[in-house]
Structures are given as structure tokens and as C-alpha cells.
Ligand binder design. Structure first.
Ligand code: DX5
Ligand code: ZN
Length: 227
């Protein structure tokens, strides 16, 4: 399937994370929430940058056959540059790298040269000043609201100050950058993140760990859109 594009920057978007889905029936799970999916968030963990391993390009390629949504690949990897080509070939639309690994400008340029939309992520304890110099070069800023590596963790509210700061800079500099939050997003925390300035909400457990994932996604969108 050919994917739809990312859509206009800044609009409220829900990005369900498949990390919390049942991998044994992944295609069915992804299709079941399609109506409430703006972007599909794909968490890639390499066992080095984070103490966990997950999935890679073959799963992206398989899912591409079942979903036309924008595939938002979050690369929790120390060497993402080695895999940009494979993700692109598999059908990824965007790749987000972490600022903590360094070499940011070159990696961003490399991903962009392959036609990927480019995101930059920062861990909860990484200051905004680490990502600020790159705002003019990226399409997405991902501010982690948990330490990456595992789904189902508690939202770190202190990150909201950084979200406010980031939104302020995005508006001040008039850059077309989506502001995404990831980790512990549910009906209680989504409105806090949106009020602080986030416009892309990643949610794993709050969707796929519920008995009715589609209804859960719908209710998440509803509370977020009224924040
Ligand atoms: C954490 C991942 C998240 C995670 C979110 O390392 O980047 O995308 O799957 O899961 P929940 O919504 O369960 O916190
Ligand atoms: Zn993620």
C-alpha cells in the first residue's frame, strides 16, 4: 500500500504505538484502529541505546500491506544511519532519531536525502537546548515523557515545561515542526500534553491494552481535542 502523507504540520494527531499490540495478530490489531489512526508509531529498539529489543524493517514492510497510514518510526538506536535505507525501502514515512547519540546534523541530512520525514527525539532528562539548534532542519520534535525502552510506564509530568518551551520556540521561529509526546499518554495525561503545546500524541497501552482499542483511541482523541 502507498502511504498517505503526514498532513499539515501542527494539527492534533493520534499516533497509536504498536509496541503494546499483540504481535501475533499485528495486522488485525492495526486494521482495527485504522479509523482513529493518524500516524502509526513504530518503536524500534536495538538493545544498545535502550535495554530492550523490538522490531525492524521486515515488520514495517509487512504492515505496509495492511495500512496506508503515515508510518512514524521511532528509532531508539545508537546507529540509526545504518538502517535508514532499509526503513525507507520497507515503507517507512518518517524516521525519528535520538539527539543523545550525537552526529545529529549529518544523520538528519542523511535521512532527508532518502526522502524520509525527519524527527529528533529527546529523553526526559535531555534539556531543550540540546535540540533547539536543529529546529530549522527537522519536521518533528519528539519529547519523551518516559525514559525510552518499555511501554506501560508512568508519564513524567516535569517534561511539560520543556513542551511549553518547545512550542514557544516553534511559534517564535515559525518553523513547520510537529511536536510529539511519547510515553504514559492516556485520557488523563493527553490533555496536559496538548495544553502544554504538543500536537502529536503517541499512545500504546492506553489503546492496545484496553478491551476495545478503537473505542479507547476515540476517547483519547476526544479528551485531547477538548484540552
Ligand atoms: C517507549 C516507546 C513508546 C511506548 C509508549 O520506549 O517509545 O512509544 O511504546 O507506550 P505507552 O503508551 O504504553 O507508554
Ligand atoms: Zn516511541
Amino acid at each position: 500500500m502507498t502511504s498517505i502523507n503526514a498532513g499539515p504540520t501542527g494539527r492534533l494527531r493520534l499516533a497509536p504505538s504498536i509496541l503494546a499490540a499483540d504481535f501475533g495478530s499485528l495486522a488485525d490489531q492495526v486494521r482495527s484502529i485504522d479509523d482513529e489512526t493518524d500516524w502509526l508509531h513504530v518503536d524500534v529498539m536495538d538493545g544498545h541505546f535502550v535495554p530492550n529489543v523490538s522490531i525492524g524493517p521486515p515488520v514495517v514492510a509487512s504492515l505496509r500491506r495492511y495500512s496506508a497510514r503515515f508510518f512514524d518510526c521511532h528509532l531508539m538506536m545508537t546507529e540509526p544511519g545504518r538502517y535508514f535505507g532499509a526503513f525507507k525501502a520497507a515503507g517507512a514515512d518518517g524516521c525519528t532519531i535520538h539527539v543523545e547519540i550525537g552526529d545529529t546534523a549529518a544523520l538528519v541530512a542523511e535521512a532527508r536525502s532518502l526522502g524520509l520525514r525527519v524527527g529528533l527525539a529527546a529523553n526526559p532528562d535531555t534539556p531543550f537546548s540540546a535540540v533547539a539548534p536543529f529546529l530549522g532542519q527537522i519536521d518533528l520534535l519528539l519529547l519523551m515523557t518516559v525514559f525510552p525502552g518499555f511501554g506501560g510506564q508512568s508519564f513524567i509530568g516535569d517534561v511539560m515545561d520543556k513542551v511549553v518551551q518547545a512550542r514557544h520556540e516553534i511559534e517564535t521561529q515559525s518553523v513547520a515542526v510537529d511536536l510529539e509526546v511519547d510515553g504514559g499518554i492516556d485520557e488523563r495525561t493527553a490533555p496536559l500534553a496538548v495544553a502544554a503545546g504538543a500536537n502529536v500524541l503517541v499512545a500504546g497501552s492506553a489503546i492496545f491494552s484496553r478491551p476495545d482499542p478503537l473505542a479507547a483511541a476515540r476517547s483519547l482523541r476526544l479528551v485531547a481535542s477538548h484540552a
